[in-house]
Design a binder for this molecule. Structure first.
Ligand SMILES: Nc1ncnc2c1ncn2[C@@H]1O[C@H](COP(=O)(O)OP(=O)(O)OP(=O)(O)O)[C@@H](O)[C@H]1O
Length: 252
């Protein structure tokens, strides 16, 4: 079953296609890394896939009404501002809103989902704190937890690990990989190609709006692709401890 189908999706800014004729399909159990240089169209692609901005072509999610879409996909945008000085737990519980009848209070099942999200993100000690007083990385973890609490089949996250320390970056990527093992799917944009190579089952590589590679990390992070798209050389090795990918030098 496809959780998301994109067909010929394009987004124009003026006459320029910043997302250019992208087609892809996301099944269950995929942890997909969306990679590409600054300005290659990652955020625009995710927003167009969600139907948040106008696009040409088709996204299956954009066709849904807002309520149904919120039960199918959770969205973690790049902007991390938490606007209201409420508790961490309250922010995370907002992830349950799409599942509640209008105006209803949290039910046991909703509270259980909030607890799971708090545990997944290791936020037990912070649950009572005022969210706006947390550090940037802590706020990012709260917003990931809010998206997890939504318990949707698909999560779209725009640079969720940017600004996290190495341990929390690894923990978050491991969590995404685990969710994929459990049958849910994640599309995560990220600049850390090493973590993408290690934890993602599939990578989508964007270059100037075009999807130039789509496949398992070893097929996407070829020397040729990383040279052409990122202008770098890299070390790639499959080791008994997993894949090691390390950007090395600029080409040329
Ligand atoms: N509202 C807008 N108006 C004009 N140009 C835009 C707009 N939004 C995005 N762009 C342009 O579209 C291109 C793609 O931007 P986008 O934010 O999708 O890239 P990205 O791959 O997410 O980049 P980064 O890695 O820097 O976050 C960029 O050149 C950007 O300047």
């Amino acid at each position: 079953m496809s959780l998301l189908t994109l067909s010929g999706l394009s987004v124009f800014r003026g006459t320029r296609a910043v997302v250019d004729d992208v087609s892809a399909s996301v099944g269950r159990g995929e942890c997909i890394g969306l990679v590409g240089p600054n300005g290659s169209g990652k955020t625009t692609l995710l927003r167009a896939a969600l139907g948040l901005i106008g696009a040409q072509g088709m996204s299956s999610l954009a066709l849904l009404g807002a309520a149904e879409r919120a039960r199918r996909v959770a969205w973690m945008p790049q902007a991390r501002e938490i606007a209201w000085p409420v508790s961490v737990e309250t922010v995370i519980a907002l992830g349950r809103l799409p599942h509640l009848p209008r105006g209803a209070r949290l039910r046991d099942a909703d509270r259980a989902a909030v607890e799971r999200a708090i545990t997944h993100m290791g936020l037990e000690a912070m649950r009572g704190r005022t969210a706006t007083r947390l550090s940037g990385g802590e706020q990012a973890r709260v917003l990931i937890a809010r998206a997890l609490a939504q318990e949707t089949p698909l999560v779209l996250a725009d640079e969720p690990i940017a600004g996290l320390d190495p341990a929390h970056q690894i923990a978050t990527m491991e969590l995404f990989a685990d969710l994929a093992w459990g049958g849910r799917s994640i599309i995560v944009s990220l600049h850390d190609l090493g973590l993408a190579a290690r934890h993602c089952t599939r990578l989508l590589m964007l270059d100037r709006g075009r999807l130039v590679a789509d496949g398992p990390p070893n097929e996407v992070l070829t020397a040729e692709n990383v040279a052409q798209v990122f202008g770098i050389t890299a070390f790639y090795r499959e080791t008994p401890q997993g894949v090691v990918f390390q950007p090395m030098e600029l080409t040329g």
